[in-house]
Design a protein around this ligand. Structure first.
Ligand SMILES: [Mn+2]
Length: 308
């Protein structure tokens, strides 16, 4: 049994409020948790009112969003030390708000920490700035999980933290027990990282703190419904979640731009459940046997058998 959360902005970008979205989530089958953006989803909203509206739903955590012109040159690598300080302080404020909502995870996607031109930045210095900032946030919130979400590019042409490998290297450099990774399926496809390979390495180190499930064609951050494009990769991913006994939240980071957001969120949950039950029907032992054989045809047959 998995825990599920949907994306607030799927509703908010269509003119609805945080409260409308919470009411919609409470009407869906399977949603257990909420995943907020800080500060955007708290602007003008009282935390106590949000708590009341949540009812039985729990908070998974908060994702920090550094928006506005000041942060365009960098979040934790901002060349202006005052703005860099503001970026770190915002992450600490997110820790405070997360505690008030009994949340567990702070997600850091360093959207502005990257570069666009050769000779634009000092890579060693900026990588160290990221390491030090994450340490500071992690030490401020030792009771929470601080989770790094990589994306290979966008908003910047190159991201400082751009792959599974770089994320795991960063986590090892930061060297704090409460710092781990959130893996976004589309971001992994954009990097041509195998989603399950990254999952296995992060989970085997106890560092898989969060998931952003979605799907896409890899050229862009498509935000399509989970399992809609890469059903084999999706099934393999769920197999490894079961193998490593992932007990965090399955958050759907999808973009229903032309779809009804409630229907689209429910479709994500239903697709994930269907694939999960398909993997269970194949059997963990049978899948493990095929993996040991390293036989490509047998591996493909597993996916075909799941579709029976
Ligand atoms: Mn994401």
């Amino acid at each position: 049994m998995f825990n599920y959360a949907g994306r607030f902005n799927s509703f908010i970008f269509k003119g609805q409020t945080v409260y409308d979205a919470i009411a919609a989530y409470r009407g869906m089958k399977g949603i257990t948790h909420l995943e907020f953006n800080y500060p955007e989803h708290f602007a003008g909203n009282d935390i106590e009112d949000i708590k009341k509206a949540m009812g039985p739903l729990k908070t998974n955590g908060l994702a920090v969003r550094w928006r506005g012109e000041d942060f365009k040159p960098g979040d934790f690598t901002n060349p202006n030390e005052e703005i860099r300080r503001k970026a770190i302080d915002m992450a600490k404020e997110a820790v405070d708000v997360c505690r008030k909502l009994d949340g567990k995870v702070i997600t850091l996607w360093l959207e502005n920490d990257g570069f666009d031109y050769p000779f634009q930045c000092d890579y060693e210095k900026n990588f160290k700035k990221i390491v030090e900032a994450i340490r500071e946030v992690a030490d401020y919130g030792p009771d929470l999980k601080i989770s790094i979400e990589y994306k290979p590019f966008e908003e910047r042409n190159f991201a400082m933290v751009d792959s599974t490998g770089m994320t795991l290297y960063l986590i090892s450099e930061v060297d704090r027990p409460n710092v781990g990774a959130t893996l976004d399926f589309c971001h992994m496809l954009m990097k041509h990282d195998s989603p399950s390979y990254g999952l296995a390495l992060a989970a085997s180190k106890g560092k898989l703190f969060g998931l952003h499930m979605n799907d896409g064609y890899s050229q862009q951050d498509g935000g399509l419904i989970f399992g809609s494009v890469n059903i084999g990769h999706a099934a393999e991913f769920v197999y490894y979640l079961l193998k490593y006994k992932y007990d965090g939240v399955v958050f759907f980071d999808t973009f229903p731009i032309r779809e009804n957001p409630a229907e689209e969120t429910q479709s994500n949950i239903d697709s994930f459940e269907k694939i999960y039950h398909g993997v269970e029907r194949l059997g963990m032992d049978r899948i493990a046997e095929v993996i040991v054989s390293q036989d490509g045809v047998k591996a493909h047959q597993l996916v075909m058998d799941m579709l029976k």
